[in-house]
Write a protein that binds this ligand. Structure first.
Ligand code: IPM
Ligand code: MG
Length: 355
């Protein structure tokens, strides 16, 4: 089982190191190879997604990814910015199905900004389409400069675009995921304004007919944003496009108390996957040893489950994470009075010990 390990920038290196540590004690035949991605790859090779990194990722069963980005790259031309690395990996590997669970751990109910009764027991699965929409629209976004000088551009555009097959395949993913859960799908769009959303909704209804055991309802994205903070437990599987999914998954993650707890999986049709924490590179706390490695450790568990067919090992990791939470160990982001504050490395060590 070959894993490409791409730690990236900021806290990426610190949290991925802990996940690798956890994987190593599992006693599985895992072959891990590390490569540069994001801003650090730009500095070493002049490109955020060097050919060698892409090749390694494509030749692996799974990619364990940290995070990319830093404010210091904000002035680079867009194709050279660190974020292009993750977009390039998604597009080149065809990772169209993004799973972003938002689960509220019982021990962390008080870490949320919402009232405990609203989020206790919360377990939502956001399924975000990941290789279409305004992120990859044709014609590609550009700024129109009147004098050839982009910072002074007078106009800019991006194109929102979806094709029927792109929506069909993510619809199947959502309905099949719902079959394994509580058999409900909420499809989120903006069909009162956007043509892409009308197509999205039509195709969802059509594919839904192939899954008579799953109940489908539709919600406009602005309303969904509101319902997520009003009554989040009403959702089960929420499926949506790339842009809306980006925004709603950040919102949903915060319901659980900390974005530092949430893993994600991005899958293609061959079962290859990229696994990363839902959070970013957090340059403000990078190098301080205080980042929460649990989202990355839980992403490694998802990797074992979805791409490496190692369900038992995945469950062992998830149980170990539960255990360290029960022991009261907390990194700063999930710390509350009466618990024990630990560093990134101490948290990783505790998970290893629990295993
Ligand atoms: C995410 C991130 C990325 C996205 C960025 C880093 C390009 O916000 O994975 O949600 O917008 O998809
Ligand atoms: Mg995002």
């Amino acid at each position: 089982m070959k894993i490409a390990v791409l730690p990236g920038d900021g806290i990426g290196t610190e949290i991925v190191a802990e996940a690798v540590k956890v994987l190593k004690v599992l006693d599985l035949p895992l072959e891990m190879e590390t490569a540069l991605v994001g801003g650090c790859a730009y500095e070493a090779h002049g490109h955020p997604l060097p050919e060698s990194t892409l090749k390694l990722a494509m030749a692996s069963d799974a990619v364990l990814f940290g995070a990319v980005g830093d404010w210091k790259y904000d002035k680079l031309d867009r194709p050279l910015r660190p974020e292009q690395a993750i977009l390039g990996l998604r597009k080149n590997m065809g990772l169209f199905a993004n799973f972003r669970p938002a689960i509220c751990y019982e021990q962390l109910v008080d870490a949320s900004s919402l009232k405990p009764e609203l989020i206790a027991g919360l377990d939502i699965l956001i399924i975000r389409e990941l290789t279409g929409d305004i992120y990859f629209g044709q014609p590609r976004g550009r700024r129109i400069a009147t004098d050839g000088h982009f910072p002074g551009a007078e106009e800019a555009f991006d194109t929102m675009r979806y094709s029927r097959p792109e929506i069909e395949r993510i619809a199947h993913v959502a309905f099949q995921a719902a079959q394994k859960r509580s058999k409900r799908v909420t499809s989120v769009d903006k069909n009162n304004v956007l043509e892409t959303s009308q197509l999205w909704k039509d195709v969802m209804v059509e594919i839904g007919q192939q899954y008579p055991d799953v109940a489908l309802d539709h919600m406009l994205v602005d309303n969904a944003a509101m319902q997520l903070v009003k009554a989040p437990k009403k959702f089960d599987v929420l499926v949506t496009g790339n842009m809306f999914g980006d925004i709603l998954s950040d919102e949903a993650s915060m319901l659980t108390g900390s974005i530092g707890m949430l893993p994600s999986a991005s899958l293609n049709s061959k079962g290859q996957g990229l696994y990363e924490p839902s959070h970013g590179s957090a340059p403000d706390i990078a190098g301080k040893g205080i980042a929460n490695p649990l989202a990355t450790i839980l992403s490694a568990a998802m990797m074992l489950r979805f791409s490496l067919n190692q369900e038992a090992a995945a469950q062992r990791i998830e149980a170990a994470v539960q255990k360290v939470l029960e022991q009261g160990l907390r990194t700063g982001d999930i710390y509350s009075e009466g618990t024990t504050k630990v560093s990134t490395v101490q948290m990783g060590d505790a998970v290893v010990k629990a295993l």
